[in-house]
Ligand binder design. Structure first.
Ligand code: AHM
Ligand code: MG
Length: 338
């Protein structure tokens, strides 16, 4: 059977989009190409993680107080490296780095964007061969061009994102990428080493049957969340169910399933950690942008995730995200309507 080679690659797709806007500078396309390259390099290492001595603790502890695996560091350096050497990015913020990194060279100081990323999310799953991911968020800088970027460029609310995406290193490797023009998914075709458009114009179903939450924390959740989870378990055919509980423990994988099939993902605050575990700037915001652009929604239980004005690079937030109607039902619990 002849392989269909008419499917657009990521580069072809972004170039095609660019052709529709002759005034665009191409910086965003170039940035995406850089990210795609880093993702391919990380993918190669993730695939052989069980084989080589890259697996295991690197012996250091990251700024969140968690053990750093060697692959986290490798991924962080790859993403930072391509962005630094590219022409579109003035600086980055990363889960693995204490502070923002301002590239501060002539080209970077004239670049349009800053990028925030979690280089390898769900890294607790590396050792057991379960999907992990990279999440990224792109902002147009607000500081003066020609000068080094500043903290204000990074601490913008999520509603100012110009693009966001994630890469899943799973049964196949995928890059899902959103701009205000829509959400598109590309699957890595290993035979040509390119991300190829496999999921054009992704729309999140308004309703689904999946709910994803860590049940182990159930008794630490606030009452409205517990009542909603209880309702999920009681769904019948008549009330849109039955629901299925699915929780990978890699947010990218859980959010991706629910984006494609319809569902809701929750990481609520707990009594121990009222702000939950997930980070606003490079986990919640990019996923919120992608899911909203596909027709879903995302909140922290009180307000829209993307309206939160951040004050700190590593700040955490509770996260509820997914299909529109499921989020509305949850909201009814959280606002006391049910
Ligand atoms: P990480 O950034 O340290 O990998 O943590 C984030 C991950 C998410 O991918 C996932 O949804 C969550 O942690 C799972 O946490 P828990 O095991 O507490 O349910
Ligand atoms: Mg993470």
């Amino acid at each position: 059977m002849m392989v269909n080679r008419n499917i657009l690659t990521l580069d072809e797709f972004t170039l095609q989009q660019l052709r529709q806007f002759p005034s665009a500078t191409g910086e965003l396309s170039s940035l995406l190409r850089d990210i795609g390259l880093a993702a391919k390099r990380v993918n190669v290492e993730v695939n052989k993680a069980g084989l080589v001595d890259i697996l295991g603790d690197a012996g250091s502890v990251n700024v969140q107080g968690e053990d750093v695996k060697k692959l986290d560091i490798y991924a962080n350096n790859q993403f930072m490296g391509v962005l630094k050497h590219g022409i579109s990015c003035a600086g980055i913020g990363s889960e693995e780095l204490d502070d923002f990194v301002v590239f501060n060279d002539e080209v970077s100081n004239n670049s349009k964007y800053v990028v925030l990323f979690d280089p390898l999310d769900g890294s607790g799953n590396i050792d057991v061969n379960v999907s992990i991911g990279t999440i990224f968020s792109v902002y147009k800088r607000v500081s003066e061009k020609g000068k080094p970027c500043t903290k204000e460029d990074f601490l913008q609310p999520g509603n100012r994102q110009v693009a966001a995406g994630y890469v899943i290193y799973g049964s196949s490797t995928m890059l899902v990428y959103a701009t205000r023009r829509g959400v598109n998914g590309f699957t890595l075709d290993p035979s040509i080493g390119e991300f190829s458009l496999s999921h054009p114009d992704i729309q999140c179903p308004a309703e689904g049957k999946f709910y994803s939450v860590n049940h182990g924390n159930f008794f630490q959740y606030e009452e409205p969340v517990r009542r909603y989870i209880d309702a999920c378990q009681r769904k019948t055919k008549e009330t849109g169910g039955p629901y299925t509980q699915r929780y990978v423990g890699s947010m990218v994988a859980d959010v991706h399933r629910n984006l494609i099939k319809g569902g809701i993902f929750m990481y609520p605050g707990t009594t121990d950690k009222p702000k939950g575990k997930l980070r606003l700037l490079y986990e919640a915001n990019p996923c919120a942008f992608i899911v909203e652009m596909a027709g879903g929604s995302a909140t922290d239980g009180k307000q829209r995730i993307m309206d939160i004005v951040p004050d700190e690079l590593h700040q955490r937030t509770p996260l509820f995200i997914g299909s529109k109607l499921m989020m509305e039902e949850l909201d009814n619990y959280q606002t006391g309507k049910i």
